[in-house]
Design a protein around this ligand. Structure first.
Ligand code: NAP
Ligand code: MG
Length: 495
């Protein structure tokens, strides 16, 4: 792993892409709007990127449609799509240093996470979906004598993907890889806070052999570029990851335009339930810290509610607080840093607002302040509130920052009730050495993923998504392919 100085030097020599990538090349945008990219660790200006608007979205969708009609990708031999996506996976691996730096500089993610986590994971995702292209079969449906009913899966056409800033490159792979594997053309809009790695992805895809127009990237603002995709009459499917609030807008855009299917991966307020019979309370405390402070708490499945059985509550909280006090804040490009900056000033203000709110609702056990590193940056201390009522605002709203609400419970039934008392249902964790309890409680938790004696269980072959206002549809796994293709029946009457 390079040192902080080496990473900073490499960052200073990075080349940035700044234009929408449409029809196989960077193009001048129709308007003059821009996005200013700021390093949240230093507050320094990094670069400027064009903010695409409706005209650019229209151009990208037209280019995607044209590529889809031409068929060089949509009707390509599956083996050819596979080889192309395998090449892309390899190019992502080879560009890991550059891509990791782009994401870390852009949104403050730890370089250790992006270099050893996000980017290799994204490469795995491209590889995994590459391998599905020549391993997914059609069906023959039961039919009467003299008839043959072939059921094939067809790509939908133009898929639009709108994604957030917390895992810029890996969430792009979650949408783009299965959509391309299924034979669609794609228009990707990254979040305004993190456009850099998506623009590079478009180039790498072209280098791998993805035909011009099959993957287009339009950086831009949600209300303009995002809305234009949501309302576009020629977009066949919209895949969204982001807040529940904006997810609901996409449902409206669809109903007011062409009824395109919309798939939503939205927010969460995930519980982490620690029972007194957990085998290793130190391990549980260690993972509880990671569960909420990883990526500065800017994780959709962040376990931001910690439910602790009353009989071990004080002991467990003290083990937890010891660890929280040891978390070192610092430059996200320093491999020794344990927690970096929040994505930007807006997010920081939002998080500090919730901390203020929490001071009136519960006991602040540690943290709670903004801190300056080397004189600046968007840093907030890891913060823990104890004796939190589950009905309070800090236990119900998704803060999307390093703020943990600790909630005591008396018994299993109450733990389940509190865990499910939320409008979200993305993830949950539980800690116990009793296998019957693990299975029983898992089955009663309303969450898309339940991790037992672990947190943030995730991987390319495993479906990820939520219940309730966390959205619907699943990313990753073979299930994701179902979102980007439709069953097509061909009846053949042969007498
Ligand atoms: P966000 O504000 O909902 O934005 C997500 C995307 O939607 C961005 O590309 C954004 O563009 C765009 N957008 C914003 N307003 C829009 C509008 N009016 N019309 C159309 N598009 C619009 O979310 P975020 O702040 O980027 O990310 C944090 C949220 O994402 C959290 O709620 C988190 O839980 C969720 N998340 C969920 C998952 C999951 O898999 N379930 C994963 C990661 C994050 P701009 O960048 O221009 O705002
Ligand atoms: Mg936003």
């Amino acid at each position: 792993m390079p040192t902080r100085e080496q990473w900073r030097e490499r960052a200073a020599n990075l080349e940035f892409r700044s234009l929408p990538y449409i029809g196989g090349e960077p193009v001048e945008p129709a308007g003059a709007d821009t996005i200013q990219v700021i390093d949240p660790g230093t507050g320094q200006h990094v670069t400027e990127v064009a903010a695409g608007g409706e005209a650019d979205v229209n151009r990208a969708v037209a280019s995607a449609r044209e590529a889809f009609r031409a068929g060089s990708w949509s009707r390509a031999d599956p083996a050819e799509r596979k080889q192309t996506l395998l090449r892309l996976a390899e190019l992502v691996r080879r560009s890991a240093e550059e891509l990791a730096l782009l994401d870390s500089l852009n949104m403050g993610k730890l370089i250790t996470d992006s270099y050893t986590g996000d980017i290799p994971h994204a490469a795995d995702v491209f590889q995994w979906y590459a391998e599905t292209t020549d391993k997914t079969y059609g069906e023959i449906a039961p039919s009467g004598d003299g008839d043959l009913a072939l059921v094939t899966r067809e790509p939908l056409g133009v898929v639009a993907a709108v994604i957030p800033w917390n895992f810029p490159f890996s969430l792009a792979s979650w949408k783009v890889a299965p959509a391309l594997a299924a034979g669609n053309s794609v228009v990707l809009k990254p979040a305004e806070q993190s456009p850099l790695s998506a623009l590079r992805l478009a180039e790498l895809a072209a280098e791998a052999g993805v035909p011009a127009g099959v993957l287009n990237v339009v950086p831009g603002y949600g209300e303009t570029a995002g809305q234009a995709l949501g309302r576009h009459p020629d977009v066949d499917c919209l895949a969204f990851t982001g807040s529940s609030e904006v997810g609901k807008l996409f449902l409206r855009y669809s109903s007011e335009s062409n009824m395109k299917p919309v798939w939503l991966e939205c927010g969460g307020k995930s519980p982490n339930v620690v029972f007194a019979d957990s085998e290793d309370l130190d391990e549980a405390a260690e993972r509880a810290c990671f569960a909420v402070f990883w990526n500065q708490g800017q994780v959709c499945s962040s376990n931001s509610r910690l439910l602790v059985e009353r009989s071990i509550h004080d002991d467990f909280v003290s083990r937890l607080l010891d660890r929280v006090r040891g978390i070192r804040l610092g430059d996200q490009l320093d491999p020794g840093t344990k927690m970096g900056p929040l994505v930007d000033e807006t997010q920081l203000e939002r998080v500090l607002g919730y901390i203020e709110r929490g001071r009136g609702e519960a006991t602040l056990a540690v943290g709670g302040e903004r801190v300056a590193i080397d004189g600046g940056g968007c840093f907030v201390e890891p913060t823990v509130f104890t004796e939190v009522a589950n009905s309070s605002v800090i236990a119900q709203d998704e803060i999307f920052g390093p703020v943990l609400a600790v909630i005591p419970f008396e018994d299993e039934a109450q733990a389940i009730e509190i865990a499910n008392d939320t409008r979200y249902g993305l993830a949950a964790s539980l800690w116990t050495s009793n296998v019957s309890r693990a299975l029983r409680v898992s089955s009663r938790l309303r969450a898309g993923t339940v991790s037992v004696n672990s947190v943030h269980a995730n991987g390319a072959p495993i479906p990820f998504g939520g219940f309730k206002e966390s959205g619907f549809g699943r990313d990753l796994s073979l299930h994701s392919l179902e979102k980007y293709s439709a069953p097509k029946t061909t009846w053949i009457h042969y007498g």
